[in-house]
Design a binder for this molecule. Structure first.
Ligand SMILES: Nc1ncnc2c1ncn2[C@@H]1O[C@H](COP(=O)(O)OP(=O)(O)OP(=O)(O)O)[C@@H](O)[C@H]1O
Ligand SMILES: [Mg+2]
Length: 322
């Protein structure tokens, strides 16, 4: 890995205005660098702000504060001409492989679109060849080109999303949970595909996931996100040997015990304002045989800004003997 910074995130914030006085601090001051050629994993449970961070980094969302510097330029203050160039260099693989593919377009049209916009391969025959090559790169074949997204399995659809992201030959790809919608057997295939493409094309990845075991396989460094903050950032092997933050420890024990994550409920999102993890403890749950639950306690500040003295208990992870 070269130590050249490709992307630098500084105190990035993305807040959503929910009502008159309600602000949801989805991303609340995250900072990290991503080096050329590395894979930076961003993990954390559902709702902690991973996708919002990725979407803000690629400029799909305006930032509330902070900056994202890519190749020396602030992503949110690019001129139209610079933006055009930037979109060639940074691409995103979206979390939901079905929703992100136009159901009325054939695979060929889907992959061809960014090339047309950027004036790549103006010769139709050459463009078709490039599309077939991309399909083969991601483990599909040219016969798939004239089919529609609904004619594919989830794993194949994700491959189409990857082919589309590769169409402009980018340097940097934000892969937002590229494997979480897939069957376990297909997950490894897609991870291997991403690794192979990285080696062949010298790609840099931001790999977003809530499953630490998969992130470990692919990432050089990992940032652990919790309620809009990065609570730990370290080399992936160190994270496993010496987790510092209690939340990371909870996530790791989730792997050791093969725990199933619970999706965070609405009530958790609503107390993200100024939330800090204070401690995490494990408590036995009597209603479930052979199961226990990890709980985290956060000081609650309600959305109108008043601090509640009540400390609420939030179930974070549900463990089962599998
Ligand atoms: N466009 C939006 N408008 C308002 N709130 C949003 C928007 N996008 C996300 N949020 C909220 O921001 C918080 C973080 O959402 P985000 O999608 O970034 O989480 P995530 O970590 O990617 O979760 P998951 O693992 O489920 O994909 C959530 O509470 C979500 O409801
Ligand atoms: Mg997400």
């Amino acid at each position: 890995m070269e130590n050249e910074v490709l992307l630098s995130v500084r105190d990035l914030k993305k807040h959503f205005t929910m009502g008159k006085n309600e602000i949801l601090k989805a991303v609340d001051g995250i900072s990290f660098d991503i080096y050329k050629g590395e894979t930076f994993g961003l993990v954390g449970e559902s709702g902690c702000g991973k996708s919002t961070a990725g979407r803000t980094m690629i400029g799909l969302y305006d930032r509330t504060d902070g900056e994202v510097v890519f190749n020396g330029k602030d992503v949110h203050s690019l001129s139209e001409k610079e933006k055009f160039q930037f979109h060639k260099q940074m691409q995103m693989i979206f979390q939901d492989p079905y929703a992100s593919l136009n159901p009325r377009s054939t695979v060929k049209e889907i992959i061809s679109e960014p090339m047309e916009v950027h004036g790549l391969f103006p010769n139709k025959k050459e463009r078709s060849e490039r599309i077939y090559q991309l399909l083969e790169d991601v483990g599909l074949n040219r016969d798939h080109a004239n089919r529609y997204p609904h004619e594919f399995s989830g794993g194949q659809r994700q491959r189409i999303g990857i082919a589309r992201a590769l169409a402009l030959d980018p340097d940097f790809i934000i892969a937002d949970e590229p494997i979480s919608a897939l069957d376990v057997s297909v997950q490894a295939q897609v991870v291997n595909l991403l690794k192979r493409l990285q080696e062949e094309k010298g790609l840099t990845y931001l790999f977003i996931a809530h499953d630490l075991s998969m992130v470990k396989q692919i990432s050089d460094r990992i940032g652990v996100m919790y309620l809009g903050h990065i609570v730990e950032l370290t080399a992936s092997n160190q994270l496993y040997n010496k987790p510092l933050h209690p939340y990371t420890q909870a996530l790791l024990s989730a792997i050791l015990y093969r725990i199933r994550m619970w999706r965070i409920s609405g009530s958790v999102s609503s107390c993200r304002e100024n939330c800090q993890v204070q401690w995490i403890r494990r408590a036995a749950v009597s209603s479930e045989p052979d199961a226990s639950t990890l709980w985290t306690s956060v000081p609650r500040r309600n959305l109108s800004g008043r601090r509640s003295t009540k400390t609420i208990m939030l179930p974070v992870i549900y463990m089962m003997n599998m």
